[in-house]
Write a new protein. Structure first.
Length: 280
């Protein structure tokens, strides 16, 4: 038995027949769904399964495509405002049809060209995709169970006095404190992060650098790659300004010195106050 059709998400559907303007896919109890000719995978034919994104067109008919939006139903993203009118705010979600952010789902005034951090859902009456800026409503209310040192996927969602608020794995809030940020983070950036602390009450502290030896090795590898890309000379050393190190590697000066010290002990680099050289 095939899975129910998921509107606004990825679906694997079977081609049932070919017509002059595309192919029809088996949408189960939702009937046939058109996949227009420009989006048919090369070599696909009747009986083949194809992975598609399914949504409603302007006439409320189901339509399939192999193009995917910036955010599907159930996901969060920072989307650019295209237009604000009497109906609501319209966002660019990467498809030909803009995404509606109803007035009741806004948390602040928006203008064309700005970005809004939103959750994408389905309107329960029309099955149309809609956006909401009321993020807390869509996040998991149960306490997170992330372990210290666990790697997670993060979406930078907001700036606060303490640091950057992060949506973890599309499910929970987390925070990267200011003293852990050594590179510019922008709203909408997606990052690999590691859990520093989880108190079990909804407070999850994160870091953009792998903790312990793994993180130091990761930084050392990046320094070696930078040396090889710059003819073996890097204008940074143990007396360089923290800001210069942060700009180059998104790392603290302390972590940079640990990584350089590791490379020096291995005989891979020589170190000067403001310069590091690759040993030939």
């Amino acid at each position: 038995m095939s899975a129910p059709l998921a509107i606004g998400q990825r679906n694997t559907l079977t081609i049932t027949k070919r017509v002059g303007f595309g192919v029809f896919l088996d949408g189960g109890d939702r009937g046939e769904i058109l996949l227009p000719t420009p989006f048919i995978p090369a070599g696909a034919d009747i009986g083949d399964e194809v992975e598609v994104f399914v949504s409603l067109d302007d006439e409320d008919r189901l339509l399939a495509t192999t193009r995917y939006p910036r955010a599907m139903v159930g996901e969060f993203a920072a989307l650019k405002v295209v237009e604000v009118n009497d109906i609501g705010t319209f966002l660019d979600n990467g498809l030909g049809k803009d995404l509606l952010l109803p007035y009741g789902e806004r948390k602040r005034e928006l203008k064309a060209g700005q970005f809004a951090m939103v959750h994408v859902g389905l309107d329960k009456h029309s099955d149309r995709m809609v956006a909401s800026m009321r993020l807390d409503r869509w996040l998991d209310k149960t306490p997170a169970t992330y372990a210290m040192g666990q790697e997670v996927s993060g979406l930078v969602a907001a700036r606060t006095d303490l640091g950057m608020k992060i949506i973890i794995d599309n499910a929970h809030w987390g925070l990267v404190h200011h003293d852990r940020i050594f590179t510019r983070l922008r709203i909408g950036n997606r990052l690999r992060l590691w859990v520093l602390k989880n108190d079990g009450n909804g407070n999850v502290d994160l870091t953009p650098q792998a903790p312990g030896p793994a993180g130091h090795q990761q930084l050392a590898d990046r320094i070696l790659a930078a040396l090889e890309a710059s003819q073996g000379v890097l204008p940074l050393g143990d007396k360089s300004e923290p800001e210069a190190i942060s700009e180059a590697f998104g790392a603290s000066k302390a972590n940079f010195k640990r990584a350089i010290g590791h490379l020096k002990r291995e005989g891979k680099v020589t170190l000067a106050p403001t310069e590091t050289r690759l040993v030939k």
